[in-house]
Design a protein around this ligand. Sequence first.
Ligand SMILES: Cc1cc2nc3c(=O)[nH]c(=O)nc-3n(C[C@H](O)[C@H](O)[C@H](O)COP(=O)(O)OP(=O)(O)OC[C@H]3O[C@@H](n4cnc5c(N)ncnc54)[C@H](O)[C@@H]3O)c2cc1C
Ligand code: FES
Length: 261
Amino acid sequence: MLENCPIIKNECIGGDYYRIVFKAPEICPKVKPGQFVHVQIANLRDRILRRPFSICDATAKGELTVIYKVIGEGTAVLSKLAKGTECSLMGPQGKPFNVPKKNQLPIIVAGGYGSAATYMLAKQSPTKGRILIGARTSSDLILVDEFKRTGFEVLVATEDGSEGKKGFVTKLLDEIIKDPPSKSMSFYGCGPHGMLMAMGRILLKNTLSGELSLDHLMCCGIGACYACVVKVKDETKTDGWRFARTCKEGPVFPATAIYYE
Ligand SMILES: Cc1cc2nc3c(=O)[nH]c(=O)nc-3n(C[C@H](O)[C@H](O)[C@H](O)COP(=O)(O)OP(=O)(O)OC[C@H]3O[C@@H](n4cnc5c(N)ncnc54)[C@H](O)[C@@H]3O)c2cc1C
Ligand code: FES
């Protein structure tokens, strides 16, 4: 679905991270946790190529929130857009996370904007579990208080040790697996590629199931161009693998389906 959405708010929330809220009354009711919107950034020189952003929140009032990091031209232009400017949003796109069942304790592992991509999952989860948030340094930690308000326990790891555990967030995951808080846990991950590869390997080694959001570079966002393919398991193929489009069959994949290079 395409919707022209005026900006309600666009503000820096710390470091290079911004929160933008769009009025999107048509898209909002359809959003499921882990899906994304493909945004045509107003005022960008090359507006044909949209930019994908995970939907952090979508309310009954029709307000759709995205948390984004300024990393290149598109996000820099986005960060300067004023209240009232309209952007064309395409979405909700992609395959969502499966919300955990009542008897499952959700364990979310998030790095970078991964906490934004998993926030709706935490809100909708019938059981409040734990979120492990990783960042380079404390100023890159986002949505810590928002997650606490959902009822999730928040554990933090920073690479420079400025807050929480020093090191990669997967250290916290190792600790949970060594001393499990529940017999039935469901794992979810979104973050940098290296973090997801490490997380997936830990899950497989311990025969635990989980879902990982692979946010690959995208172009069309609708399954037409094959710019976003990743290798996934397919037992019907002679070598056991095929290429899947992350915009269509993902971004969320079962950890067991992913190719770990
Ligand atoms: C499904 C999905 C959900 C996403 N959700 C979010 C989100 O919630 N918040 C957020 O801040 N970002 C998110 N991203 C990444 C976001 O799309 C890119 O940061 C954005 O498109 C960069 O645009 P730009 O014009 O500023 O940078 P560009 O000038 O296009 O790129 C700058 C640099 O960043 C690299 N880059 C661009 N896109 C990606 C990407 N997807 N992954 C890794 N490197 C990339 C480029 O290779 C280049 O080196 C998501 C991406 C996907 C595919
Ligand atoms: S971005 Fe074109 S097929 Fe996925």
